[in-house]
Design a protein around this ligand. Structure first.
Ligand code: Q46
Ligand code: ZN
Length: 322
């Protein structure tokens, strides 16, 4: 017999949330998911009435759910969608179609930035220049830089990204293993303005798992991509997520506890330690004028662009928050 939803006690439960031992029907699941996002936004004071928000969308389940939830929770909010076309054959076009459908569904404006048209190269060009390696760290650095630059040029006050609990647990896990304290400190649910050209970043989905975002997008019938980026399979981040999921099978609330302890207990200590060491300085890139943690040297984005244009991609260390 199908168990009843623990919330309404009327409908049959379809979703089981192991971390809270809760079985829910689709309606109650969607309602609870939206409430949890609102709670995250309020807890971290992510949004204020006069904000102009740019939602970074990719056609995936997370950013589509994010745009939909923000649109329904704050329908008076000044909000646009931003999509970066990375120029990957088939995949980028497919994602853009989904993003355009979502934009129509929400009745919002969409800004599309084409890497090829604006910069003269695509992620495929990078691929051919990184000997045998996936272009993901360069791709991530490009997207972080461009979302910030586009939002800054458009005069937006915040950028909302669809990073969820699984993404965050995976990234924290990686930075802990690497001992990468600077990146650990920058990986926050709400990254405030630390330089006049840095647009604050918010992650309203940080309390939702991959599975919750997927179910939400499916129950709401959001247009989401059905293709995966050719470089995502078997990547290190995917393998780290699989590893964490194996732990969750034994300890269902492991990721929630890991993230909560990090933000409540460890992050304040790390932030203080970096401040004491004077490691929080931000400089202007001599090539593009945008902010960088590198003193007197071109920022990571400018390095990638110049190497991509010269057709060589050396092993460069790319740091930074998601
Ligand atoms: S788009 Fe870019 Fe991802 Fe593709 S190349 Fe890697 S980072 S996998 S989110
Ligand atoms: Zn630069």
């Amino acid at each position: 017999m199908v168990p009843k939803c623990r919330r309404c006690r009327v409908n049959g439960a379809e979703v089981y949330l192991a971390h809270s031992n809760l079985s829910l029907c689709p309606d109650c699941f969607m309602l609870l998911t939206e409430r949890r996002v609102r709670h995250t936004i309020e807890a971290y004071k992510m949004i204020s009435r006069d904000d102009k928000i740019g939602v970074a969308v990719s056609g995936g389940k997370d950013s589509s759910s994010l745009a939909y939830i923000l649109n329904s929770l704050y329908n008076k909010l000044d909000m646009i969608l931003i999509y970066i076309d990375l120029g990957m054959p088939e995949y980028s076009k497919h994602c853009l179609e989904k993003v355009e459908d979502l934009t129509k569904m929400l009745g919002r404006e969409l800004v599309v930035y084409s890497l090829e048209k604006e910069m003269g190269f695509t992620i495929m060009n990078l691929k051919s220049t990184i000997y045998g390696r996936k272009p993901c760290s360069a791709c991530g650095a490009i997207k972080r830089y461009l979302f910030n630059k586009i939002a800054f040029d458009l005069g937006l006050t915040k950028i909302a990204t669809g990073h969820n609990l699984d993404d965050t647990a995976e990234a924290l896990f990686n930075f802990y293993i690497e001992g990468n304290v600077k990146s650990l400190v920058r990986l926050k649910p709400y990254l405030p303005k630390t330089h006049p050209k840095i647009v604050p970043k918010i992650k309203p989905l940080i309390g939702l798992t991959d599975m919750e975002c997927l179910f939400y997008a499916e129950y709401r019938r959001l247009p989401i991509r059905t293709l995966e980026c050719q470089f995502s399979r078997g990547s290190r981040s995917v393998r780290r997520k699989e590893l964490l999921n194996m732990i969750v099978e034994k300890i269902p609330n492991f990721k929630h506890t890991f993230i909560n302890s990090h933000y409540k207990r460890i992050l304040p200590l790390l932030e203080q330690a970096l401040k004491d060491q004077g490691e929080t300085e931000i400089y202007d890139c001599p090539a593009c004028g945008m902010p960088t943690s590198l003193r007197g040297a071109p920022c990571h984005f400018c390095k990638i662009v110049s190497l991509a244009k010269r057709g060589e991609m050396k092993r460069i260390k790319l740091e930074g928050p998601q």
